[in-house]
Write a protein that binds this ligand. Sequence first.
Ligand code: NAD
Ligand code: IPM
Ligand code: MN
Length: 355
Amino acid sequence: DNHLKIAVIPGDGIGKEVVPEGLRVLEAVAKRHNIDMRFDEFDFASCDYFQKHGQMMPDDWKEQVGGHDALFFGAVGWPETVPDHVSLWGSLIQFRREFDQYISLRPARLMPGVPCPLVGREPGDIDMMIVRENTEGEYSSIGGKMFAGTPREVVLQETVMSRIGVDRVLKYAFELAATRPRAKLTSATKSNGISITMPYWDERVAEMAKDYPGISVDKYHIDILTAHFVLNPDKFDVVVASNLFGDILSDLGPACAGTIGIAPSGNINPEREFPSLFEPVHGSAPDIASQGIANPIGQIWAGAMMLDHLGHAEAASDIMRAIERILSEPAMRTRDLGGQADTQMCGKSVADALD
Ligand code: NAD
Ligand code: IPM
Ligand code: MN
């Protein structure tokens, strides 16, 4: 049987509100394109699951979802009941590490009709792909606490950069830049202050640039890079960054393009040895959860990235066209974009706008 099997994991907060809208659009587009796609929903990787079972996921989670073609994920985190590092290291970060999803691909694009918080910017001025290293770097489990509870208490957490780990994310970013008209790659660094790992990152970028003479390469320290994102976002095409810097840039880029509510991400294992995971960039947004007002477009766009990854590029571009149509209708926009539409209205209007 060659149908696509998708593991659906809504998670917490607005994850549970936007995932159904993502599924609504996926089901509609699958029907139009005769794609046989089936969904299995899982209640783990949520703080509700933790409260019942004392852990975020069952011991056999890998067996339960590892055979699926992809994971369609909402958001995790409910800090009122479970500390964030416990809920995230017990779920999302396990998926990324255990399924070796070493690429986090995060587009930031100013969409036609969307109000831009930066003065005078038009669609086309902001169109970047952030390629974030997703399995090592600053997010390492190496470290610990010494002299706990005493005045001499010390905590440390090491940054890990392996040659394989750095080179594979750089290679992905260079190859991606080579497919884009501007063929430009910017590297985020901090080699002036972080004096061992970041100079190593720069060195590997310079080494790989030799293999890609057609790509124009530049680098900025992360501090001034954040300023350029705001002041000169048109400078950027593909931006490659370590795990932490990529995390920061992938909220900043979409915010510069109007809202983090429409930003998608693919956690990708390019070798396809394991399933990849598609989710919005945003989190569970406890401040607006259960009000039905979250923007579902980040989740819907993540569905388009998932279809593209699974070889259904036409279905993916249908979704993108529908998203563009809906975003240029002020009445269909959610509150984060200055509109009045609720989550379901917005999701339904995208499904209805499919060709
Ligand atoms: P957040 O992204 O959840 O929310 C930040 C702000 O953006 C909030 O004001 C929220 O209301 C708004 N927002 C986010 N998504 C929106 C949407 N779709 N529509 C409209 N507004 C939206 O970030 P946070 O507040 O730092 O984190 C909340 C929780 O989510 C924490 O537990 C955090 O650890 C977790 N988190 C999870 C993920 C993930 O699962 N990938 C990502 C980020 C944060
Ligand atoms: C993201 C999130 C996660 C990250 C958190 C929730 C651990 O911010 O997906 O961007 O830092 O990667
Ligand atoms: Mn983040």
